[in-house]
Design a protein around this ligand. Sequence first.
Ligand code: 4G3
Length: 253
Amino acid sequence: MDVKQFDVVTLFPPMFEAISQFGITRRAGEEGRYQLHLWNPRDFTDDNYRTIDDRPYGGGPGMVMLADPMEKAVQAAKQRQLANGVEKPKVIYMSPQGRHLTHAVVMELVSQSGLIFLAGRYEGVDERLVRRQVDDEISIGDYVLSGGELAAMVVIDAIVRQLPGVLGDADSAEQDSFVNGLLDYPHYTRPEIYQGEPVPEVLMSGNHAHIKKWRLKQALGRTWLRRPDLLAARQLTKEESGLLAAFQADHKQ
Ligand SMILES: NC(=O)c1ccc(NCc2cccc(O)c2)nc1
């Protein structure tokens, strides 16, 4: 199994403890499924003040990140990836101007052996750095964050979960929403009656065929109610069409 190589250019390396120190992404890192290396552009400055940003040409609010320290950090990341066997490291810039992150985009990135993420702060980075170094620009949604770090962590987390064997029970990756193009079904655990509300009977029946059917019906129904756009994009089997019709009939009453 090859080791995924992730590098991030960021002014705040400690933020990435959110994925390297907790849960599934921590364990996957400890098991050597991926390596995460952080590069701070401040370490690539050559002035005493370690300057990494400046005012925008053309005026306007905020600051822009200087191209040179970022480029040197990207070069260092590329060197590390090449030294770790990555043929062609792909540079991804996290920004609201990028293409939307979807499950399909995640799966595209899963197939890459090495990714270098640029996490911008302020108003972003000098466009010449983007043109010279960026292969792909990705957005996690139509909103502005204080920096690209959280966006980069979202992408890395989504990729790591899809690495074979990372999720203990392989099925749970399969049943994740969006893998089968539908939203997830509702989940229940102890107690059997919570605040007077019971768990749906079918889930207590032990009849695995019925349970599977009920879960598919719920997934179809939820997708119909909450994300009709996903449903429109998905071919339904005869069985699925029947289950959805039954859900819709129940919903009407
Ligand atoms: N939706 C996103 O993926 C996203 C990504 C980054 C970000 N902030 C840093 C930044 C970076 C570049 C330009 C810029 O305007 C702001 N905010 C939201």
